[in-house]
Design a binder for this molecule. Structure first.
Ligand code: GLN
Length: 566
């Protein structure tokens, strides 16, 4: 009998552990946990995604979940400047940017089940407490909070039908915020049986410039911190700036009870797409499957095929035939994480066209004060992108840039906010509505060309708030968008916006030549714009960057880069 079953039979009132979903079968699903030690920013999400990909390539079904320590229910209200971009899933969940990394590596659409925060977990516990579900006892971190975490993981296992669930515990071991997730991991391993769970510690090997050699002490102390919580790592992955020496691996092995061959070096690489290969070379994937007793499930033919496709991508990234400079206007110009998906989408499209892109970040608040500088600022770019954004800062400078590229017939791609700014630019300068404005920029504007339209929101049943998640877009035949999306009249893209084009102004905009080539089915919500007189002047109310995948670049990015190359 498994420990889980024996616990259930002994404790009649189920006082000490989680309610187990009825259809749950112990041992059917395996769990792989990744913890971070020493410091944050080691790329736990990237590592865990790349590892999951190497396993998925072998024909084994995987699903990831990220557990965040913070109390927010989702990432919707987080400042991208502090936390990186807010990634939006098809079901409308606003989550951590790591979920984007998982979707891209695994080429899979994830859902709210793949993302957990302390806030969500505590909310569940408090709801149960109010419903009197704790049978008169006090609600506690252990067993109720940890129980809720285990329940979430097991429900994901059932729903996803995955063979292996990859769990990334956010933060660094030692943080107060994620203690309950760490304790739940330990409990789950005890209940499931150690043969069904693998613990991976991601650590960092420092190499101080003044010493010129790698030092393992910080890593050892970080690993001890996990062991203090009753978790013995099975695998230790060592991030480092240069290849990790055997001496360091031996030392860590001796101090952590982890066999030498399972101490893996993961040094910095020029591209994250090279990580799966490094994982394979270190045999980390094989060790993992051996420990989980899963080696008989490997489909080597599929694996060969997947590796071949992936290698072609790496080859294209490493051997570009040409270089291009693309301008991106942005408020968070110092923090690249704020635009993670956008940068990735450009990377996918440039790999497709076998080129390399250099990004020039354009701070449009400067241009606002000095519009004459626009020409000079944009003189060396082959195209520009105005990405998503909120608020007023730099908006006039963005409109100035769009005017310049429209007049000079330089390729333009506007994403969400960039779509709205392109509408304003066209309304002001071509339709001669000088006061054309967005109510996001000026609430009392006279000509509300971009506005919140609650009547429309009501029709869609979404209330007055943000329109979120994947939605169908109707594409007009014989337009640039139609061609880019392989002559499809219905596509699905992801949204995150509150404002949209005011239908009152559509006839005027169209009369002057702007084409709305994508709209919401049944409602007059405009979703793609294009200007047929230009090489490429396209905007989308949705975020095409969220659906771009390494081997399937989003059509709008593909088309934009192609136009920039002409
Ligand atoms: N701020 C704009 C809106 O709410 C655009 C949002 C965005 O770019 N994601 O509609």
């Amino acid at each position: 009998m498994s420990i889980l079953a024996s616990l259930a039979s002994k404790s009649g009132d189920n006082e000490f552990h989680t309610p187990i979903p009825k259809s749950y079968i112990v041992g059917k699903t395996k769990y792989v946990f990744t913890f971070g030690t020493v410091m944050s920013g080691l790329g736990k999400g990237i590592f865990s995604s790349a590892l999951a990909k190497t396993i998925q390539d072998k024909g084994i079904k995987v699903t990831p979940i990220k557990c965040e320590g913070y109390l927010n229910m989702d990432s919707g209200t987080l400042n991208p400047f502090r936390h990186g971009e807010v990634f939006v899933l098809d079901d409308g969940m606003e989550c951590d940017m790591d979920l984007g990394t998982y979707e891209r590596f695994l080429d899979n659409n994830l859902t709210k089940d793949n993302y957990s925060t302390s806030g969500q977990i505590f909310q569940q516990v408090l709801d149960k407490e109010r419903n009197g579900e704790y049978l008169g006892r006090d609600a506690q971190i252990i067993p109720h909070v940890t129980g809720e975490i285990k329940l979430k993981l097991r429900e994901l296992a059932i729903k996803s039908k995955a063979d292996i669930v990859f769990i990334e515990i956010g933060g660094t071991v030692g943080d107060f915020e994620s203690l309950h997730f760490i304790e739940a991991s330990r409990e789950l391993a005890y209940e499931e049986g150690k043969e069904n769970v693998v613990f991976i510690a991601l650590t960092y090997i420092i190499e101080p410039k003044t010493l010129g050699e790698q030092k393992s002490k910080a890593a050892q102390l970080g690993i001890h911190k996990i062991i203090e919580h009753g978790i013995q790592p099975d695998i230790i992955a060592c991030r480092a700036s240069s290849p990790v020496t055997d001496k360091i691996r031996e030392k860590i092995s001796v101090y952590s009870n982890v066999p030498f061959e399972r101490i893996i070096g993961l040094h910095d690489l020029p591209s994250i797409y090279l990580i799966p290969d490094l994982i394979k070379k270190s045999k980390l994937d094989t060790h993992l499957l051996e420990m989980l007793n899963f080696t008989n499930k490997i489909d080597s033919t599929l694996e060969k095929k997947e590796i071949k496709k992936w290698n072609a991508l790496i080859n294209a990234i490493q051997n570009p035939k040409k270089e291009l400079t693309i301008g991106i206007t942005g408020k968070y110009t110092q923090i690249r994480d704020s635009y993670a998906s956008l940068i990735k989408a450009l990377e996918h499209a440039s790999a497709f066209h076998e080129i390399k892109i250099n990004i020039k970040w354009i701070d449009t608040s400067d241009l606002e004060k000095n519009p004459d500088k626009t020409k000079e600022e944009l003189s060396d770019v082959s195209g520009i992108i105005v990405p998503g954004g909120f608020g007023t800062r730099g908006a006039e400078g963005k409109i100035e840039c769009i005017k310049y590229v429209r007049e000079q017939n330089i390729p333009y791609l506007g994403l969400c906010y960039g779509f709205q700014m392109a509408v304003l630019e066209f309304a002001r300068n071509v339709c001669k509505i000088p006061n054309a404005q967005s109510t996001e920029l000026e609430e009392s504007a006279k000509q509300k060309v971009i506005d919140i339209l609650p009547e429309q929101k009501k029709i869609e049943g979404l209330g007055g708030n943000m329109r979120l998640g994947g939605k169908d877009v109707e594409v007009k035949k014989d337009t640039a968008a139609y061609k880019l999306y392989d002559n499809k009249t219905s596509i699905r893209e992801r949204f995150r916006h509150r404002y949209e084009v005011n239908p009152e102004f559509i006839p005027k905009l169209e009369e002057k030549g702007l084409v709305f080539s994508g709209k919401a089915p049944k409602h007059p919500i405009m979703q793609i714009l294009e200007l047929p007189t230009n090489k490429f002047h396209v905007g989308s109310q949705f975020h095409p960057e969220f659906t771009s995948r390494p081997l399937k670049p989003n059509p709008l990015f593909k088309g934009f880069i192609e136009a920039c190359l002409k």
